[in-house]
Design a protein around this ligand. Structure first.
Ligand SMILES: [Zn+2]
Length: 97
């Protein structure tokens, strides 16, 4: 069935609500937002402990030199950003619909 805008109304793959302009097998905007929220929550829950572990390692194992502290801080920040991005991406690919 065509909507007034001329696009075919296609059911969402998850909630089966009909949305105009959606491709077959795609999620509607609400389901996509919910999926992004779940991925972000999971990414936060994994990246914070990983960052804490790296921070503990930096505090306990690196010598107290200013250069070592600087690179330790850099490693902690990089760990947080990279782990968060990777987990977010993997979660978006692997989370069930
Ligand atoms: Zn939906």
């Amino acid at each position: 069935m065509l909507s007034p805008s001329g696009w075919a109304e296609v059911p969402c793959a998850r909630c089966e609500r009909r949305v105009a302009g959606l491709a077959w097998g795609e999620l509607c905007s609400e389901c996509r937002a919910e999926r992004n929220r779940r991925a972000n929550r999971l990414a936060r829950r994994i990246s914070l402990p990983a960052t804490l572990l790296v921070g503990l390692y930096v505090i306990l194992r690196l010598p107290p030199l200013p250069v070592a502290r600087f690179y330790g801080l850099l490693a902690v920040l990089t760990t947080f950003i990279v782990v968060r991005k990777v987990v977010q991406r993997v979660a978006l690919e692997l989370l069930p619909r």
